[in-house]
Design a protein. Structure first.
Length: 339
């Protein structure tokens, strides 16, 4: 079967297969590099949320003055008939009457922050939620991906996982990168989520008053337990990324170098093979001429010493030249004997 194709045809087929393989490997490499970039981006978002929660928890929550989001409400309200405002240097600035202060515990403050991220996901390209397999509020209920992720994280004892979702390769609008990171119960969390002996009585009463019977679902945790996950969704602009990646800018100079190297190697190898094939063809034609008795041909190797020649094709030509000379001598002797 392999004898039915010329060396040049085989070489072209080889390069086509190699080219397809290189393109496939390049696509896979770019895909893995891009998903890793999305993973790192999602991880940074989750870590920032964790830092925000830790900061909020370190102060026992966030108090807002005379304002709160009716959708989320608040945990505690404090009324001050008279509030005196001082500067950092204890200078009296103003006296205000009948102020209300609203407490947002870390979980509530994070949910409010997540709502802002969902509102501006079109601008920033990402959003996040805080969900749990034991949610107190409806906003904390996980979707199918988050539910399965929580189960996997608990079973594997991993802290995070991510995955790229799409409906079709060319359905760029459907691309989503989903990432979840574990939220573990810390000592400060036990004031609200711990067992009754660890809880702050006032906070426990406030949570029950806010969420009713569902409040019990989010209690009785121990330090180190998985309370839930921070779920980050990245909305990648695949078209823009591809356009930027292929754009001939100084930042993408290495792509141009790789492209030129591929062209140089391909063309260079074709030149070499073409030169080799031409020499092989000349040797083939010479062998044919010798086989039919046409011995007055020039193989271009006269005067060459085989021991000093390293080129294999030249060595074949020298051997063929010896065969030509030997055949010519034998024919001449045969003619003389007949004469």
């Amino acid at each position: 079967m392999h004898n039915k194709f010329s060396i040049l045809t085989k070489y072209i087929i080889f390069w086509i297969i190699l080219g397809v393989g290189l393109i496939g490997c390049t696509i896979v490499t770019i895909y893995q590099l891009y998903t890793h970039t999305l993973y790192q981006q999602a991880k940074k978002v989750a870590e920032q949320v964790i830092i925000f929660r830790q900061w909020t928890a370190s102060y026992g929550g966030i108090w807002t003055k005379d304002k709160y989001d009716p959708k989320f409400g608040y945990l505690l309200r404090a009324n001050s008939p008279e509030t005196t405002l001082y500067s950092t240097k204890d200078s009296l600035i103003a006296n205000e009457q009948n102020n209300n202060f609203y407490l947002h515990n870390p979980a509530l403050a994070t949910r409010e922050l997540s709502k802002i991220s969902e509102r501006f996901f079109g601008k920033y390209g990402w959003s996040f939620r805080v969900v749990s397999d034991r949610p107190i509020s409806p906003e904390g209920k996980p979707d199918n991906f988050e539910k399965e992720a929580i189960i996997k994280l608990k079973q594997s004892k991993q802290e995070e996982l991510g995955q790229l979702y799409r409906k079709g390769i060319f359905d760029f609008q459907s691309y989503r990168y989903r990432f979840v990171k574990v939220i573990r119960v810390r000592k400060g969390c036990l004031k609200c989520h711990g067992t009754p002996d660890k809880q702050n009585p006032k906070l426990r009463e406030a949570i029950i008053a806010k969420y009713g019977k569902r409040a019990q679902i989010g209690m009785n945790y121990k330090e180190g337990d998985v309370r839930g996950v921070i779920s980050v969704t990245i909305f990648p602009d695949v078209k823009a990324v591809a356009a930027h990646f292929l754009k001939p800018t100084p930042g993408n100079f290495f792509l141009l170098v790789i492209f030129l190297e591929v062209i140089f190697v391909t063309l260079g190898s074709f030149v070499v093979v073409y030169w080799m094939i031409n020499r092989i063809k000349k040797l083939r034609d010479a062998a044919r001429q010798i086989s039919i008795g046409k011995l007055d041909i020039d193989l271009g190797v006269k005067g060459l010493d085989e021991s000093e020649v390293k080129d294999e094709l030249s060595q074949v030509a020298i051997a063929l030249e010896r065969l030509r000379i030997s055949t010519k001598i034998l024919i001449e002797r045969f003619k003389k004997k007949r004469a």
